[in-house]
Every structure is written in C-alpha cells, then in structure tokens.
Design a protein around this ligand. Structure first.
Ligand SMILES: Nc1ncnc2c1ncn2[C@@H]1O[C@H](COP(=O)(O)OP(=O)(O)OP(=O)(O)O)[C@@H](O)[C@H]1O
Ligand SMILES: [Cu+]
Ligand SMILES: [Mg+2]
Length: 760
C-alpha cells in the first residue's frame, strides 16, 4: 500500500470535498481516501500495482478539480507560482465583491422611495425602472456570479450538486422571474398580482456570498499560521568549513558530515553533534522547553534552535527533509489533514444535504404555487430555501479547529499524530505513567555499592570489574549507569562469554570461567541465591526510592548496588494537575515495589503496578481499560499511557492514547499518538487542556453551522407566514449564509489564543 498527498484546487464548499472523495473512491486500486476541505488536501491510500498518480489525478480532473503533488522538501514554503495564483484568485474575488457591492448599494438606494413610500428628490426615479435594474443586474449575475454556473455545471455533469448549484439555481430563479415581470407585466396584473421585480435579491445575495467567501478565504489562511511559523524558523544559510575554508552556503546545500560553525546569537542550521566548543542553546521554539540547554562536545543540537552564549562547531547528522524540524512540520501537516471522528456527523449531513434541500425547495414551490396560488411568494420562498441551505459552514466547522489546535500543540512542544488523538485526549479517564524516564529523569547513577567481602578496595575493584564487563553488553539504562560507575573507579573491563539478558530480571555472562548474574531480588530467589546478608542495605536504599540490583557470582551473593534516578522537577506538579483535572493517575514500572512506592509517594501517586515485566505492560493497560465506570452501563475506560517511547511501545499502542516522551532529537514519533518533545510532564496537562479547548471549539462551530440551516430553512420555506405573515427574505438568507462561514472560521481562530494553564 502506498500513500499519496495531493493539494487540491477549485473546491468551494464541503459538497465539493464530498464529490472529490466519491470520484477518487471509484478509481480501481484506491483503498481509501480522506479529503480535507480545511487545508484543501487529500490523502490517498492506494495499491501501486493497480493504479498510479496519473490515473488518480485524471479522476480528480474529470470531477472538475485540479490537483498537484505536494513538494518533497516541505520546509520550502509553497512555490512562487502557487503563491501568485493564490493572490490572483484573491484579487479576482475582491474585484467581484466591489462590483457587486457598489451595484447592490445603488439598487438598494433606488428602492428606498418605493419601500418607504417617501418622495426623496435626490434619488433619481429612473433607478427604480425595471429596465435600468435589468441593465445593472446582468453583469453581477453573469460576471460576479459566473463561478456558480461553472461549478454548478461541473457538478451536474457528475450527477451531483454543490453549494454552487444552489447558488446558481437560487439567484437565477430570482433573476429570471424579474426578467419575466419586466417583459410581461400584464401577465401578473391580469392575475391580480403586483408586477414587482426582485433584481436586488440576486445582486445583493451574490455580493454577500462572495464577500463571505473572501472573508472566509482570508481567515482560513490564518488557521495554518502555526505551521508557517515553524517553517519560518529554519535559517537560510549555514557557515560550513570545507577544505579548511569557512564559507556561507544556502541551507539546501548542506550535506551530512559537513562541519558547521555557529556563533553567539545565530540559529543552528541543521541537526548535528557538537564537536568542539560549548554554549547554551534556546530550544524553546522546537521542544517547548523554556530553559536554555547546555551544549558540549558529544551533545546533539537541533536545527532552527537559537545559539545563545558561546561559539561551537558541529557535524551535520541530518539535513533537508530528515531534520527534526522537517519531521515536526510533516507530522503537523498530516495531523491537520486528518479527520476527527466528530466530523463524521457533519460529513453524513453534507452528503445528504443538497438533494434534501432541493427536495424541500421543490416542495416549498409546489405548496405555495399549486395550493395557495401565489407565484411571487412561491418563487421568493424557494429562492430563500436554496440560498440559506448551503452546508458550507458545516464543512469548515471541524477542520478549521483541528488545524488551529494541532498547530497550537506544535507551538507548545506537543506533536499530535492525528485529529482522532486530539479528540480522544479530552476523554482520558486513567493515565498510566511509566516510572523510569517518564517520572524520573532517566539518568540513573550508581550511588551506593557494597561488596560482601568487606570494603577492602582490592575486593571491591575485582567485583566491579566483573560487573562492568557483564553490563557493558547490555543496552538497559541501568547497565549504562553501572558501566559509567565502573569507569569512574578506573577498573579495566574484560572479555565475557555467553551474555544473556533476562528482560525484567537482569543480565548474566561468564567472565574468566565464572558465572556472573546481576539483577532483581526476585530473580535471585528464582536462582536460589541467598541474599540475606544484604537485606539491610536493600531495605534502606529502596525506602529512599533507589533501584537495587544484586550481584551473584557462581550462585553466591557477592554484592549490591543502589542506583538513583532523580525525579524530574516538574513531575509532582504535573501529577497534581492531572489529578485536579479529574484523572486517575497510575504508576507502572518494572522496578521493585518498595522503590516504586517511595517514588510514588514523592510525586503523590496512590495506585502502583510494580515489578511488571516488559511483556506484561500492554496487558496491564488492557486490564485498566476493562475497568468500568458504572456497573449498569459497562463502558470501558479511556486509558492513556505515557512512556519513553521505545521499550514501552506495545503498551503505548494498546492504550487509547499513547503519549511518548521524546527528549531532544531521540523521538520515536511513530510509536505514539502524542509526542511531548521536551520531557516535561506538564505537556500532558497541556495536551489534555488543548484537546478540551479544541473539542469545545468544534462543538461551538457545529452549533454555529447548524443553527443557520436548522432555523433558516423552515423560516425560508414560509412556515411562519400563516402565523406572523413573514418569511425569510432571500437577501437575509444570503446574509445569514455568508455570516455562518465567517463566524465558524472566526470562532476557530479564537483557539489561537490558547495558552497552557500551569497549575500548582
Ligand atoms: N541490565 C541490567 N542490569 C541489572 N539489572 C537489570 C538489568 N535489566 C533489568 N534489570 C533489573 O530488572 C528490573 C526491571 O527492569 P525493567 O527494564 O523491566 O524496568 P525498569 O527499566 O527498571 O523500570 P520502568 O519499567 O519504570 O522503565 C530493574 O529494575 C533491574 O532491577
Ligand atoms: Cu454556502
Ligand atoms: Mg524502562
């Protein structure tokens, strides 16, 4: 299966998105596709054996829309041609709005004496002549309103209808009716009807709808502000040292392994590893981490972050579309193009909307004309229904909020994989935190070491040599800490045989013919190693929240080590904030129960699952999900898992929302639904707050979008006429339509003001 992302052109409302969706689905070999009206993009999953880009593009073209492949290098903004065509389009709409607007005003002013019955000498009477009005209306109808005809026709050819269809039919009806009255006034007089013309209906409605589109178009540009900011972070040039020469080159020419010089106050151009010099770097724009980070040789630097105090040289490790920034941008773009489950309802409504509306319009006409016999009212109510009914705001309601919400997340160092995860996050009931690397800094250090054979330096060193030699083979963070410790004691490590790691228990190997085993108390018991002599140390260290590992040589206990891993400074506050949000916070760890309890107490967690083997972690999540909230209404709980991404992957996948902690550049973005770029747990709180704010915003939008239609259609159809004597003037219907899209997008833009609330 292959995935393809195309930019789309020519959509005017959600019905268009629906049409494109249908057209692509019908291409043999397409597995599924997702058209996003908000970002004007489509994501297509297809089988590359049975179809290709050309066929799919042809299908889109046949449906009346254009498409082109998104650029490989996402960091370069849309190319100039694209920007120019966008500007030209905007200018064209603006011109039409002005023409339609000016003519609207003239016609409105011209009809004042007629409407009010006043004699106003400064308003020339000829303005109300129907032939003059016909002359004024024609350019608006057929120049300003031309796109409605074009798009309506395209849709008709595919046996569908869109907003443009409704607009074309609606305004044409008002226009043609007026032309008929202008030509044959006698026909109406003979029937006892006044020969009124309604040219201004068509003109003003076209002006309003175009104005609405223009405002919506502009506002929608602002929804992706966050991503433009991210892209704009990338510096243009890099100062590389090649063949001993310093030179400034464009960032696109930087290659892997180039040595790059960065001076104080400069942006770091690409990702890399410091080779000389030192400095502090402000990474806030990428990781969300507000404190500057110390950098020394061996440390990784992230492209687009800001160098503060010192100068240094680094070796480029990732360039172009592989940089961390590019990955973030790509991820955010994908998330913005994805569909939130909450949109399903809106989609279903849109799918049925246009045919249903046309049916209501016909019914309205038939009732007013055939049963009541009033042609004028019949025409006006039908036009009103056609104009108020457009579901365009409905198509914007969800995507615009999602675009702003995911962008806002990225600004705060929270990468959200798709709209679904963003939506689900506000429903989380239980949150499971991994201990090591999540609550703690993940920088374990050996703090205590005791050997059974007393403290004679000689004996200690001998044992350390065995321990270090074995642990050198292991990738576990604890092993790293042990090796570091042995190095600090200047023991030389030796060769080992038959190394084996027992996940969740420990490691073993043979060193100079002796079997060395290092691991948990439980494992020692399983191995029948008596550890009684060291219990006192074990108790004391575990109570202090340290991880204890025992060392056995040839099945005899030889030593014990205490390893401390400091809590992240933010952990306790974050746990408290999560509990305040009403979530149950649970700790999950492979470590010993006592150690776990000590840590849990420090951060304020009551529920602990300790000594959980790596392969059991996913099952633990499953059992938490199975816990039901109410007995009468069994509903599984929404559980989030927070882990360091790599070894917790199965648990992250099992959880409803998997949140990975990715510190610096080592992010396992793919494994999780949400990635906190900096290790700060406050990010979880922010993510949940953001999810809540976004969902609230979407609900408001859906309300705004629906309310106009729900109230507008029956009123336009004339339901109130028998009681109050009024129906919705088509002009008001046009105003309501324009207002609905604009109010939805404006409301979505309010989300830009989202700020994480830090609670203590
Ligand atoms: N390489 C090793 N050397 C010594 N002990 C080890 C090693 N690997 C695992 N252990 C022992 O097994 C225990 C469980 O390890 P595991 O990797 O499952 O969890 P963890 O990393 O300690 O904690 P968490 O689940 O919070 O990440 C460790 O606490 C340690 O006592
Ligand atoms: Cu509309
Ligand atoms: Mg671990």
């Amino acid at each position: 299966m292959d995935t393809l992302r195309l930019k789309l052109r020519g959509m005017s409302c959600a019905s268009c998105a629906n049409n494109i969706h249908q057209a692509i689905r019908l291409v043999p070999g397409v597995i599924d596709c997702n058209v996003n009206f908000g970002v004007e993009e489509v994501t297509i999953n297809y089988d590359q054996k049975s179809t290709d880009l050309k066929t799919i593009q042809a299908a889109i073209a046949a449906a009346g829309y254009s498409s082109y492949l998104l650029q490989e290098d996402i960091l370069s903004l849309e190319d100039e041609l694209e920007t120019a065509s966008k500007l030209a389009q905007e200018r064209q709409i603006t011109r039409k709005v002005i023409v339609a607007g000016v003519i609207s005003i003239i016609m409105f002013v011209g009809s004042i004496p007629m409407m009010t019955g006043l004699h106003l000498p400064f308003i020339p009477a000829f303005l109300h002549n129907s032939w003059v009005q016909l002359l004024l209306t024609t350019p608006v109808q057929f120049w300003c309103g031309w796109t409605f005809y074009i798009n309506g026709w395209k849709a008709l050819k595919h046996h569908t209808a869109t907003m443009d269809t409704l607009m074309a039919v609606g305004t044409s009806a008002a226009f043609l009716y007026s032309v008929f009255v202008t030509l044959f006034p006698g026909f109406f007089i003979a029937q006892g009807l006044m020969p009124y013309v309604y040219y201004e209906v068509s003109v003003i409605v076209i002006a309003l709808i175009l104005l609405g589109r223009l405002l919506e178009y502009r506002a929608r540009g602002k929804t992706s502000e966050a991503i433009h900011k991210l892209i704009g972070l990338q510096p243009k040039n890099a100062r590389v040292i090649r063949d001993g020469m310093e030179m400034d080159i464009p960032i696109t020419q930087v290659r892997i392994n180039d040595v790059i010089l960065v001076r104080p106050g400069e942006k770091i151009p690409v990702d890399g590893e410091v080779i000389s010099g030192s400095s502090t770097v402000d990474e806030a724009m990428v990781t969300g981490e507000s404190l500057p980070v110390q950098k020394q040789p061996g440390h990784e630097v992230i492209g687009a972050t800001l160098n503060k105090t010192g100068s240094f040289q680094f070796r480029a490790t990732r360039v172009g579309k592989d940089t961390f920034l590019s990955q973030i941008v790509k991820l955010v773009q994908q998330a913005q193009g994805s569909k939130a489950p909450i949109q399903r309802l809106a989609d279903q409504v849109t799918e049925w909307f246009v045919p249903v509306v046309i049916a209501i319009a016909i019914a309205t006409f038939v009732i007013w004309f055939n049963f009541i016999g009033n042609l004028t009212l019949a025409i006006m109510t039908t036009v009103g229904v056609l104009i108020i009914a457009c579901p365009c705001a409905l198509g914007l309601a969800t995507p615009t909020s999602i675009i702003v919400g995911t962008g806002k997340g990225a600004e705060n160092g929270i990468l959200i994989k798709d709209a679904q995860s963003l939506e689900l996050a506000h429903k989380i009931q239980t949150i499971v935190l991994d201990k090591t690397g999540t609550l703690t800094q993940g920088n374990p250090t050996v703090t205590d070491f005791v050997s059974v054979n007393g403290t004679a330096h000689e004996n200690e060193l001998k044992l350390l040599q065995l321990v270090g030699s074995v642990e050198r083979n292991s990738e576990h963070p604890l092993a790293e800490a042990v090796v570091k410790y042995t190095q600090s004691q200047e023991v030389s490590l030796t060769h080992t045989d038959n190394f084996a790691a027992v996940p969740g228990s420990g490691v073993q190997a043979v060193v100079s013919g002796r079997l060395v085993q290092i691991g948990t108390q439980r494992w020692m018991s399983e191995l029948k190693v008596n550890t009684d002599t060291l219990q006192e140390y074990k108790q004391a260290w575990e109570d202090a929240g340290k991880t204890v590992i025992l060392i056995a040589v040839d099945s005899n206990i030889q030593g014990i080590m205490g390893i401390a891993d400091a809590l992240k400074p933010s952990s306790a506050a974050a746990v408290k904030a999560l509990q305040k949000l009403g979530l149950e916070v649970v700790m999950l760890t492979g470590d010993n129960r006592q150690t776990a309890e000590a840590i849990a107490q420090e951060v304020g967690i009551q529920r602990i699952f300790a000594e959980v083997r790596p392969h059991q972690k996913a099952a633990m999540i499953q059992s938490l999900q199975a816990e039901t909230t109410k007995v009468s209404h069994p509903q599984s709980k929404i559980v989030a898992m927070v882990g360091d991404g790599i070894n917790d992957a199965p648990a992250l996948a099992q959880a409803n929302v998997g949140i990975a902690i990715g510190t610096g550049t080592d992010v396992a973005i793919a494994a999780s639904d949400i990635t906190l770029i900096s290790g700060d747990l406050q990010g979880i709180v922010t993510a949940i707050q953001l999810s809540r704010a976004t969902i609230r915003n979407i609900r408001q939008n859906l309300f705004f979008a629906f309310i106009y239609n729900v109230i507008g259609i029956p009123v336009a159809a004339g339901i109130l006429f028998p009681f109050l004597g009024w129906f919705l003037n088509p002009i008001l219907a046009g105003a309501a339509m324009a207002l609905s899209s604009v109010s939805v997008v404006t409301n979505a833009l309010r989300l830009r003001k989202f700020k994480p609330k830090i609670t203590f």
